[in-house]
Write a protein that binds this ligand. Sequence first.
Ligand SMILES: Cc1cc2nc3c(=O)[nH]c(=O)nc-3n(C[C@H](O)[C@H](O)[C@H](O)COP(=O)(O)OP(=O)(O)OC[C@H]3O[C@@H](n4cnc5c(N)ncnc54)[C@H](O)[C@@H]3O)c2cc1C
Length: 552
Amino acid sequence: MDRWGAEGMEEPRREPVSERAVMDQLESQLEPLFKDLPNEVPLLLFTRPGKNDILASAARFLIRAIREVSPKITLREFDLSHKLARQWSIDRSPTLLIDPDRYRIRWLGAPVGEEARTFVEALLMVGHRKSGMGEESLRVLNKVDTERDIKVFVSPSCPYCPQQAVNALKAVVEKPESLSLEIIDIQANPDLADQYSAQSVPQTYANDLLIAQGAQAEELFVLSLQKLEQQTVFIPDIDAEEVEADLVVVGGGPAGLTAGIYAARSGLRAVVVEKGALGGQVATTPVVENYPGLTQVGGKTLVDLMVTHALEYAKIFQSEEVMDIQPGDPIVVTTNRRRFLSRAVLLATGATYRHLDVPGESRLSGHGVSYCSTCDGPLFKGRKVIIVGGGNSAVTEALHLHNIGVGVTLVHRRDSLRAQEHLAKSVFSNNIPVLFNTEVKEIRGKDRVQEVLLHDNRTEKTQTLPVDGVFVAVGYAPAVELAKKIGVELTPEGYIKHDDRHRTNIPGIYAAGDVEGGYKQIVTATGQGAEASMAIFEDLVHPYWKTRKVAE
Ligand SMILES: Cc1cc2nc3c(=O)[nH]c(=O)nc-3n(C[C@H](O)[C@H](O)[C@H](O)COP(=O)(O)OP(=O)(O)OC[C@H]3O[C@@H](n4cnc5c(N)ncnc54)[C@H](O)[C@@H]3O)c2cc1C
């Protein structure tokens, strides 16, 4: 009998030999994290044979690997008909409870894919009884004086989701008496996602009120939780912590990560500051086929390789947005958490997706309108969607959605696709319908997308098409707001103006990657990041601004 007075089945600690190799690899990664876990973490898994069996097996597999490296993790499994399931009102398979005597943390689905990272974080927080939440966030969290039931909708293929789920976990570990959390995998629970119209992930609710769409910085999450509505600005109460550096890289995409590696290898104290998911646009790219040395690699896998490499050298500050830069000596870089006093700054802020700017788009964003097929695609399995666009991104995303069983139609305003030839050919060989010369004029639906109004720009006829989702892939615009704010000059096309050493018009401030314009590719971004760092190193040794005027 365990301490729940239940006779739940104790999971065997060994697995079949065929799984051993994968298990060995997993264990070697988990071992250093779990070896000194001070407290027990009891896990209760509720399943029902025939209901999401694959997910239940995946959950068991991961938990088994963790138990191999830490005796503090225990697992008991129960059928949904067990009295404990009734006691805790559990009716979904699989459902995981994490240390239910102490915390109200419930996982609906299995912690697979990107969510495995969140799960590991959860076990570490619970096992250490420490959330690692920052002081500023704690100050706000302590103002929450009534109960909050938090729901975070996630998907295993969403690289942004762990950030938001971890924010919520930290809050619940800090305030177990008044906060409860459900992490809901939309693939295992499409009906719940439907009920909440949560058609993009991550999406966060507290007491059934939508408090966040997308991943937030920790401080913004707790502020949204406290105020019960999405917050976009956080002003710290106290003077921000100061960090000295030689180079602050703004942006953790391929350009910024490479710059961090090169700068640190030159002996500079380099930090990379990233407001969202590390890897930038690559984090949400389904497949990359033109990165030398890797014939075909998932965008997220490539990002993981780059981040692991960068972490060997540079310090990375994730979930921090650079809000302001004051040029000078030192250059003062202010984020939503702290200030950096630096000798140089590299703007590697990349690009962000363009909107269609049609009626209904922003209202239904997150409720059927999506800009990330990797994140939100699984929700539309077996449903009908359109992808708007005709370039490489639109075509790559159309193929990705088609492959995971979504009924895709490509809508393009021109008479031919702009995507590379082999990509365009794949669209036709996969029989993906394409509506050429067609523009989306309106996206309609009450609380979720129901239809689009299409206009044929040759015949001038309009028609409505019933759809469940609209994926927008009409290109990217350079992320230059910060550059503009501090007086960095732009080109007529809107990119950062720079010389051949990546210097901008402001001494000590440089640019690299998509934000510079040119061929916007991963290899070009990494190349520019490397070049910029080498130029910065030389400039810091021989500051050009002290000897001559800045290049026009
Ligand atoms: C769907 C898709 C498919 C693609 N496929 C390919 C492909 O197959 N091959 C290829 O070579 N290229 C591909 N690309 C292009 C490639 O991803 C980009 O060229 C590359 O990511 C540019 O890297 P970057 O570092 O300059 O910018 P980004 O990748 O855009 O990264 C910039 C980072 O800066 C961060 N940031 C911005 N402002 C701030 C701030 N104020 N504070 C902190 N952080 C900030 C952003 O959050 C972001 O993470 C694809 C792009 C897309 C969208």
